[in-house]
Design a protein around this ligand. Structure first.
Ligand SMILES: Nc1ncnc2c1ncn2[C@@H]1O[C@H](COP(=O)(O)OP(=O)(O)OP(=O)(O)O)[C@@H](O)[C@H]1O
Ligand SMILES: [Mg+2]
Length: 250
């Protein structure tokens, strides 16, 4: 697998009347895990949304590239095609469309050479069941409408499952641990961690809690406060934040 990078440089983003991100720079390389921690409302989800191309934000400056490709000029689906994946903090419900159909239509990377569409669809289903198994996600959810009437924790498992099937180059995980019980947290964290060696997944994991990071073992930890990265360090930084909070970064 070739090495690559998701590079964010000087990113400044506003919503009408207010600048939310005030110059974010960080680079995630393939196979690396970067954690982003920070107080409520500091701009973590805004960063995730802007990277994936959600509308309603004004880019005031800066660049985002994936393996040198300018992401900010692309629509969301092309960012996904370039290898970016977002597990949303609050996954949306999509009535009438099943997870299995969504993923079959999403063109996951399957290194199979010359295979037909039918063969590919059946391989997607095999991968889907295997991924569901790995994180203890009941197969009955696969044919149900996407996220409809799922509990918070089930939605997070659902997002993890999609990542496993699609095999993106870089995954942004926005509080993938929220709503998970300890066993599910362990399973989800382990799945993501294994992906970093299985296909060299690069991860940007937004979280409030050290517990996920004990499983994910980030290479780099960033603290985001009021739209700026105010500290960057190794795993000890997550332990420090866990013990002492954010007061010193305010
Ligand atoms: N579309 C929007 N319209 C108005 N305000 C917004 C919008 N998007 C974000 N904000 C505001 O921008 C700030 C940053 O929000 P964001 O969701 O990025 O925070 P966060 O760091 O993810 O917080 P949390 O830890 O609670 O998830 C908040 O004050 C939020 O209310
Ligand atoms: Mg958020």
């Amino acid at each position: 697998m070739s090495t690559g990078e998701l590079r964010i440089e000087g990113l400044r983003v506003a919503i009408p009347g207010r600048e939310i991100l005030r110059g974010i720079s960080l680079t995630v390389r393939t196979g690396e895990v970067h954690a982003v921690m920070g107080p409520i409302g500091s701009g973590k989800s805004t960063l995730a949304h802007v990277l994936m191309g959600r509308s309603g934000y004004e880019i005031l400056g800066g660049t985002v590239t994936l393996d040198g490709i300018d992401l900010l000029s692309l629509p969301t689906w092309q960012r996904a095609r370039a290898g970016l994946f977002l597990a949303m903090q609050q996954p949306i419900e999509v009535p009438g469309v099943s997870l299995a159909r969504t993923l079959a239509a999403s063109r996951p990377e399957i290194p199979a050479g010359e295979i037909g569409a039918g063969e590919k669809a059946s391989r997607v289903r095999v991968r889907l069941r295997s991924e569901a198994n790995r994180i203890g996600f009941d197969a009955r959810f696969l044919e149900r409408s996407l996220n409809m009437d799922l509990s918070g924790g089930e939605r997070k498992r659902n997002e993890t499952l999609q990542m496993g099937v699609l095999r993106p180059r870089f995954a942004i995980l926005d509080e993938i641990d929220s709503g998970l019980d300890v066993d599910a947290l362990e399973a989800v964290g382990r799945r993501v961690e294994e992906a970093t060696t299985e296909w060299d997944l690069g991860v940007l994991a937004i979280t409030h809690f050290r517990r996920l990071l004990d499983v994910l073992r980030p290479d780099v930890v960033h603290v985001l406060s009021d739209g700026r990265i105010v500290a960057t360090g190794e795993r000890e930084l997550a332990e420090l934040v866990d013990r002492t909070g954010y007061a010193e970064y305010a």
